[in-house]
Design a protein around this ligand. Structure first.
Ligand SMILES: [Zn+2]
Length: 166
C-alpha cells in the first residue's frame, strides 16, 4: 500500500451505533444519517454519526434525508471543534445481507461529492455486512473499501484493490 492511498478510520462507537440503529429497524425501515469526522491529509477519520431525525422520510426500501437537523448538528460540531470536525460522509441501511449501492445511491453520492468538492465516505449497513466506500470528485463510481486493521481508535478500511496488491 502506498502512503498516498487514503485510509478510512471509523471509531468503534460510531460503527456500533449505526449497526444497532439499523438492526432495530431491520425489515421495517431504512435508516441513515451523516458521518462527521476529520481529514488528515488524504485520510478520513470518522468520529460521529447522526441517526434519522423527524424530518427524514423512510420506508422499507428507501431513506431520504432532509438537510434539516443533520446540517445543524454538523455545523455545531464544526464550531465546537475549532473547525476540525466536519461533514465527511453519509450512511444508510439496506434490507439485504450484503448491501450494494443502488443507482439512486450512486447518483446522490456523486451529487454530494461534486457539491462538496472533496472526497467523502459512504457506508451502507446491511444485515450481515457493511459496504464502505470513498467517492472522489470527478470520478464516476466510488472506490470500494475493505476492513483492514482494528485498533483502539477504531476500524481502518482500505482500498480493496490496493490491499490486494500489497
Ligand atoms: Zn441505498
Amino acid at each position: 500500500m502506498t502512503d498516498s492511498s487514503p485510509v478510512i478510520l471509523i471509531a468503534h462507537d460510531v460503527l456500533e451505533r449505526i449497526t444497532a440503529d439499523a438492526a432495530s429497524f431491520a425489515g421495517r425501515k431504512e435508516r441513515g444519517g451523516i458521518l462527521i469526522g476529520l481529514r488528515r491529509g488524504p485520510h478520513i477519520e470518522i468520529r460521529d454519526a447522526t441517526l434519522p431525525m423527524r424530518w427524514d422520510f423512510s420506508t422499507f426500501i428507501s431513506f431520504r434525508r432532509s438537510p434539516r437537523g443533520h446540517q445543524s448538528v454538523a455545523l455545531r460540531r464544526w464550531r465546537e471543534s475549532s473547525h476540525t470536525l466536519d461533514w465527511v460522509g453519509e450512511w444508510h441501511s439496506h434490507p439485504e445481507k450484503h448491501p450494494r449501492p443502488s443507482s439512486i445511491d450512486l447518483r446522490s453520492w456523486r451529487a454530494a461529492v461534486e457539491g462538496r468538492g472533496a472526497p467523502m465516505v459512504f457506508v451502507i449497513v446491511g444485515y450481515a455486512a457493511k459496504w464502505v466506500s470513498l467517492a472522489i470528485p470527478g470520478s464516476l463510481r466510488p472506490i470500494e473499501y475493505r476492513q483492514s486493521e482494528t485498533s483502539s481508535a477504531g476500524i481502518a478500511f482500505v482500498d480493496m484493490s490496493q490491499a490486494a496488491k500489497s
